[in-house]
Design a protein around this ligand. Structure first.
Ligand SMILES: [Zn+2]
Ligand SMILES: [Zn+2]
Length: 189
C-alpha cells in the first residue's frame, strides 16, 4: 500500500531526491549515493530492516520524456525469525528498485493516478513509497534460517538439528518416555 503523495516534501529528508541538478533532457543522468537511517516499520511481520539501521542507496536518476526514472539498489541489514525453528536471523539484502516519476502536467501526469505512477513534486521526489514496496517485495513471507531448516520436534519443541537423528518420543515404551521426560526437564533447567 502506498502512502498518500506528499506535496510538501522536505528536500533535506534522506528519502527525498532533488532533481534540480538533473537537466530535463532525455538521456541526462545523475548518480545518487547516500547512506540513510532506515525508516520505521520497514518490512514484514517475521523479517524487517531495524529502524535506524544504515541503508545504502546506490541510485541513478535519468531524465526520460515524461519524467524521471529512478533505478538502482538499496542495501541494508535485515533481522527476523526463522518460521520453522524460531531462531533469530540476521542477513544483508540488496534490493533492486526502479520507479518512474512523472513531471507535473506531463501526459503521464494527466492520464495516470499517482498511486500507479509517482510524481515529481516541483523538483522533488519522495522515494519512500517505492523503497517500502521494493523492500517488502524482496523479503520472504516465511523466512528461514537456512533452506533445509528441519524445524522443531513437535513433541518436545527442541530444534531438530540439535537432536539425534533417531530422536523420537515413543510413548509405547515407558523406558523411552522416562528418558524423554528427563531430557525435557534438563532443557528447562
Ligand atoms: Zn530454522
Ligand atoms: Zn522431541
Amino acid at each position: 500500500m502506498r502512502h498518500q503523495p506528499t506535496t510538501h516534501l522536505n528536500p533535506r529528508s534522506p528519502l527525498v531526491l532533488d532533481t534540480r541538478d538533473l537537466p530535463r533532457r532525455p538521456g541526462a543522468m545523475r548518480v545518487v549515493t547516500r547512506s540513510i537511517p532506515a525508516p520505521e516499520s520497514l518490512g514484514l511481520e517475521l523479517i524487517w530492516v531495524p529502524e535506524g539501521a544504515t541503508l545504502d542507496l546506490d541510485l541513478r536518476m535519468e531524465s526520460v520524456s515524461e519524467g524521471v526514472l529512478v533505478s538502482g539498489t538499496v542495501t541494508g541489514p535485515v533481522e527476523g525469525e526463522c518460521g520453522r525453528c524460531l531462531r533469530l536471523i540476521g542477513d544483508t539484502v540488496a534490493v533492486p528498485i526502479q520507479e518512474l516519476y512523472a513531471y507535473e502536467h506531463s501526459t503521464t501526469d494527466e492520464t495516470t493516478d499517482d498511486d500507479e505512477v509517482g510524481r515529481v513534486h516541483g523538483d522533488l521526489i519522495d522515494l519512500e513509497p517505492a523503497l517500502r514496496d521494493a523492500v517488502v517485495l524482496a523479503l520472504p513471507v516465511n523466512p528461514l534460517c537456512r533452506d533445509d531448516c528441519p524445524g522443531l520436534c513437535p513433541d518436545c519443541g527442541r530444534p531438530r538439528d540439535e537432536l539425534a537423528a533417531d530422536h523420537t518420543h515413543d510413548r509405547a515404551d515407558p523406558r523411552w518416555a522416562a528418558l524423554s521426560n528427563l531430557s525435557t526437564q534438563r532443557t528447562k533447567e
